[in-house]
Design a protein around this ligand. Structure first.
Ligand code: ZN
Ligand code: ZN
Length: 183
């Protein structure tokens, strides 16, 4: 099916496979196909990531230096290298809003930081900040809750109250504030 037309998954334009990155020998090698024997079924069923030449030449797509990537999975399983970094929209696991994962940032992740090519960010920036904040509050809170069991004291109860307030737990915050006033 040499002249079949496909829809570029990036710009949604109809394009023959020959005018796309499917023509890239690296892709053909990895997916074990030749562009002239490629069927649209194969493209739909396999997760072949490809782009039309127009998309490729647009500056938004960065050609990866894929030998720099970390594709070693568990139990000697090899992940696919990423051949092109394409701007992605990812849905945040927490707040369910879409956030951008730009091509440049992907290049940093997978080539500079050596993050496994199968891994992508799960949380948007505000949610990442939030979880980091919650983690740091809990790190201070946990030992304090232990301390007051053996050594109840005003300062500790007051601080626990403040930390619960920071976490938005007003009920606990009020309880511990009341206990701090018993001293
Ligand atoms: Zn395209
Ligand atoms: Zn979020």
């Amino acid at each position: 099916m040499p002249n079949q037309k496909l829809i570029c998954p990036h710009c949604q334009q109809e394009t023959p496979p020959k005018n796309s990155s499917l023509n890239d020998v690296r892709i053909q090698k990895h997916y074990r196909f030749k562009v002239d024997v490629l069927s649209s079924e194969q493209i739909k069923n396999d997760k072949i990531k490809w782009y039309c030449n127009d998309c490729m030449t647009s500056k938004k797509i960065i050609i990866a230096n894929w030998k720099q990537q970390n594709t070693r999975g568990y139990l000697a399983f090899e992940w696919m290298p990423i051949l092109y970094y394409v701007p992605r929209q990812i849905c945040c696991k927490f707040c369910k809003t879409d956030f951008k994962f730009p091509a440049k940032a992907q290049q940093q992740w997978y080539e500079d930081y050596q993050i496994l090519t199968d891994v992508s960010p799960k949380l948007c920036y505000p949610c990442r900040q939030k979880t980091r904040f919650i983690k740091s509050v809990n790190e201070e809170l946990a030992p304090l809750l232990k301390v007051v069991k053996t050594n109840p004291n005003k300062a500790a109860f007051k601080r626990i109250s403040e930390l619960y307030l920071a976490l938005g737990n007003t009920q606990k915050a009020a309880q511990y504030l009341a206990r701090s006033k018993q001293f």
